[in-house]
Design a protein around this ligand. Structure first.
Ligand code: TRP
Length: 340
């Protein structure tokens, strides 16, 4: 049971992103926008997950280390305010690694192998039989991230639901071993557009697949991405009736265009025939260019002052070390290991 739910105590939010590349529009609609709104009403921590990033990139650690500040700049550029939200670096919080070790004893290998997100990542990354142990067990480390802050709300995309399920299984095991309530169960906060398709319409938008529009994308990149977007392959001539289902241009217009009734008229027109893909793409491009310009500018300004970004991350990590000490001590207590 979530003990915060029926009290007026500020609910704790913990969320994070792997530092394996700059963040993109999928992150923006999936969770960044919500985090910006929630920072006013909740106690929010965002974790730059560098250790989780290494679970499948240990052969290329620079891919992770070189993206840490990009991710911090992405947060600040979309409006996350470090005076309201604590931004911390996973590898700077030893309590997370310690909790991971304790929790590892409560989770079977077969349970990890059944996690659908991990399963599909193993396939898409082509690990076959040589899965790094750290990769297979990252859901345990993610449970450590969430529970160390005793978070009850996690704004994430829907691919992360299996991680929250595994987190809650661990929470129940710890509480039952302790015979008292130590850890809160968590629940996801999904946005209504929780999964943005890639521009080719084949997958979800992904840092690793090269089919994403990054928050720092240049004007040219935005324009090229919109021009190449998947629409309705049967909508050949302008006067043909077109399909808006699965048409990536309309999915993006739904996610990003502020005027819903205009988009609904546009859909009617497209379905009746007489509206070309060139026109719908132009409308989308204008909308994305306007939205991303201030983000891109803020982001590049921030990246010009790396010392300031490092300072934000160092201060947030210090605060987080203090916040996570209690749960680590409680969990060690469950195992009878607070012996000094
Ligand atoms: N798994 C998340 C991702 O793929 C990153 C992450 C790490 C996370 N720890 C977390 C998300 C804790 C939510 C809560 O980007």
């Amino acid at each position: 049971m979530n003990t915060n739910q029926h009290t007026d105590k500020k609910e704790i939010i913990l969320t994070g992103d792997r530092a394996t590349g700059p963040l993109h529009l999928g992150h923006y609609v999936g969770s960044l926008k919500q985090r910006v709104a929630l920072q006013n009403s909740h106690e929010q921590t965002i974790l730059v997950a560098d250790m989780q990033g290494l679970t499948d990139n240990a052969h290329d650690p620079k891919k992770v280390s070189s993206n840490i500040l990009n991710v911090v700049a992405d947060y600040l550029a979309v409006g996350i305010d470090p005076t309201k939200t604590t931004i911390c670096l996973q590898s700077q919080l030893p309590a997370l690694a310690e909790l991971t070790m304790y929790y590892s004893n409560l989770v079977s290998i077969s349970r990890l192998e059944r996690n659908p997100t991990v399963k599909s990542e193993i396939q898409s990354k082509g690990f076959e039989r040589s899965i790094p142990a750290g990769f297979l067990t990252y859901p345990i480390s993610q449970a450590a991230d969430i529970t160390a802050f005793n978070a009850s709300l996690v704004p994430v995309g829907d691919d992360q639901l299996p991680m929250l399920e595994q987190t809650n299984e661990i929470v129940r095991k710890i509480n039952s071993l302790a015979r008292r309530h130590i850890l809160n169960e968590c629940r996801p906060l999904l946005s209504k557009a929780s999964r943005l398709p890639s521009t080719d319409g084949k997958n979800k938008m992904s840092k690793s697949m090269g089919n994403a529009i990054n928050l720092g994308a240049t004007e040219k990149e935005i324009s090229a991405a919109v021009k190449s977007m998947y629409t309705d392959p049967n909508h050949i001539r302008v006067e043909d009736a077109g399909n808006v289902e699965g048409n990536v241009v309309f999915t993006y217009l739904d996610a990003f265009h502020p005027d819903e009734s205009y988009i609904s008229e546009l859909k009617d027109h497209y379905q009746r025939g007489g509206l070309g893909d060139g026109t719908t793409k132009k409308i989308l491009e204008t909308c994305l260019q306007e939205m991303l310009k201030p983000i891109r500018e803020k982001r590049s300004e921030l990246l010009n002052d790396k010392a300031q970004l490092l300072d934000i991350l160092a201060k947030g990590s210090q605060i987080s070390r203090e916040k996570t000490a209690q749960v680590l001590s409680d969990v060690k207590d469950v195992f009878g290991l607070n012996i000094f």
